[in-house]
Design a protein around this ligand. Structure first.
Ligand code: PSV
Ligand code: MN
Length: 430
């Protein structure tokens, strides 16, 4: 597509908003100074925050009932990167892209890499797909992949993961994420212990092939597509597998992959403590793996997760280096807008977590003062840090108001003209 979002357009939109932003920023700066916090330091932190966007998130998502495509949807990996570029240009925190193979398999890895690099984008984690069959594939994943009872199916699934690693090296990626849909729909269908053993055997083959400097991420999920038992169902199983595999294997937390009411921030704290936190697939949910926009349903939970992450960052936990990625399905919004606002929600939680007065909190914990302990978290969480986020974007060359700037650009309308609807996108339910 010839049309790109220009820096001039962003600058012109920012000029409309800069005066008010400066006023708000100054006021917040004075408020924070009273609390002993330096707004400039927080803005620097906001500017340093990074989260990768999922290539599969720029297409319209759907459910198993229907998918209602947006106009101008990307039809191939290059067009997906164009949309990721728009997100990056406006919010500036998202230069990384996670790819899903085979959905994003390019004809030429070199061409794809230079296409991304020309836009100052890079490839973050590779994601394999052994949860659906591909045309021409010898074996079916209907009854599982890496844990299948048939060694030929397991071999095919391992080979696919090895292909992802090989492609990832050419693309400059540094990690590989494995999520499998393996499990059973009926009690008795799957031998629970044997299936996990078979999974581990397959994963050992993948781990052995892990390129130098790479990390292997294991993603667990409670249920779906299997509705009775899932092989990698929870963080305990994921942690066990990561330990069995070796020091370069870690457990990835997708926020939507837990039972309702599970204390996810505690899982995060445990994985940090055990040196096995891979990172995140951020999203939000109300009922199950809803893949809603980050921070749209439970912003306090998101803040509490970042409270644990920032605590680990500030106390310099050895080896602490989590990978942040979004994994959302945008069924009723413009995906570019959802990705931008979600990235901003993460920065918001990150900056708010940096506002926690940790010395005071520690004193309240020591004194068993539950009420004031909660209050010190709430004080940080209820602080409106929007001027910091907007200033950080502005200083980095992004938009003070990303959604308004995007809408004023007419990008979606231009995309609709340049990209007539394709029959179907690679991704189904994402
Ligand atoms: C599975 O629900 C998941 O969270 C995994 O990360 C997949 O790779 C992704 O969604 C896309 O289906
Ligand atoms: Mn995920």
């Amino acid at each position: 597509m010839a049309f790109e979002l220009s820096p001039d357009h962003i600058a012109a939109e920012n000029r409309k908003r800069l005066k008010w932003l400066e006023e708000d920023y100054e006021h917040l700066g004075r408020q924070l100074a009273r609390r002993g916090a330096d707004i400039e330091r927080l803005t620097e932190r906001a500017m340093g925050f990074r989260v990768a966007v999922p290539s599969w998130g720029v297409g319209t998502g759907g459910t198993r009932f229907a998918r209602f495509p947006n106009p101008g949807e990307p039809r191939n990996v290059f067009e997906k990167i164009e949309d990721c570029d728009v997100v990056f240009k406006l919010v500036r925190t998202t230069p990384g892209i996670s790819l899903h193979i085979p959905w994003d398999k390019p004809e030429s890895a070199a061409e794809l890499r230079s296409f991304a690099e020309a836009r100052r984008l890079f490839f973050d984690s590779m994601n394999s797909n052994t949860f659906e069959d591909q045309p021409g594939q010898a074996c079916s994943y209907k009854f599982g992949s890496l844990s299948h009872t048939d060694p030929a199916v397991r071999r095919q699934a391992v080979e696919h993961n090895l292909e992802c690693l090989e492609l990832g090296v050419k693309l400059g990626a540094r990690s590989h994420t494995v999520w499998i849909g393996d499990g059973g729909n009926f009690p008795g269908q799957v031998h629970l212990r044997n299936a996990l053993e078979r999974y581990l055997d397959s994963m050992r083959d993948i781990y052995r092939a892990l390129p130098q400097g790479w990390r292997l991420f294991i993603e667990h999920k409670l249920y779906e597509p299997a509705f009775y038992s899932t092989v990698i169902n929870d963080w305990g199983t994921s942690y066990y597998c990561a330990r069995e595999l070796g020091e370069r294997a870690f457990s990835l937390v997708d926020l939507g992959h837990h039972a309702p009411n599970v204390n996810i921030e505690m899982i995060v704290a445990r994985l940090i403590q055990f040196g096995k936190l891979a990172g995140f697939h951020f999203n939000d949910s109300k009922y199950g793996d809803d893949d809603l926009d980050s921070g749209s349903i439970k912003p306090f939970q998101l803040f509490l997760i970042f409270h644990e992450l920032v605590d680990a960052e500030l106390s310099r936990v050895p080896g602490f280096d989590p990978a942040y990625m979004l994994d959302q399905s945008h069924n009723v919004t413009d995906p570019v807008e959802s990705l931008m606002t979600s990235a901003a929600e993460l920065v918001r939680a990150y900056v708010q977590a940096h506002l926690v007065d940790r010395e005071r909190l520690a004193a309240h914990q020591q004194a068993n003062d539950a009420l004031l302990a909660l209050q010190s978290l709430k004080q940080a969480f209820t602080t409106d840090v929007e001027p910091i986020l907007a200033m950080a974007r502005h200083r980095a060359g992004g938009a003070i108001d990303p959604v308004a700037t995007y809408r004023a650009s007419g990008y979606r309308q231009r995309a609709a003209q340049a990209r007539p609807a394709a029959a179907r996108l690679g991704a189904g339910i994402v």
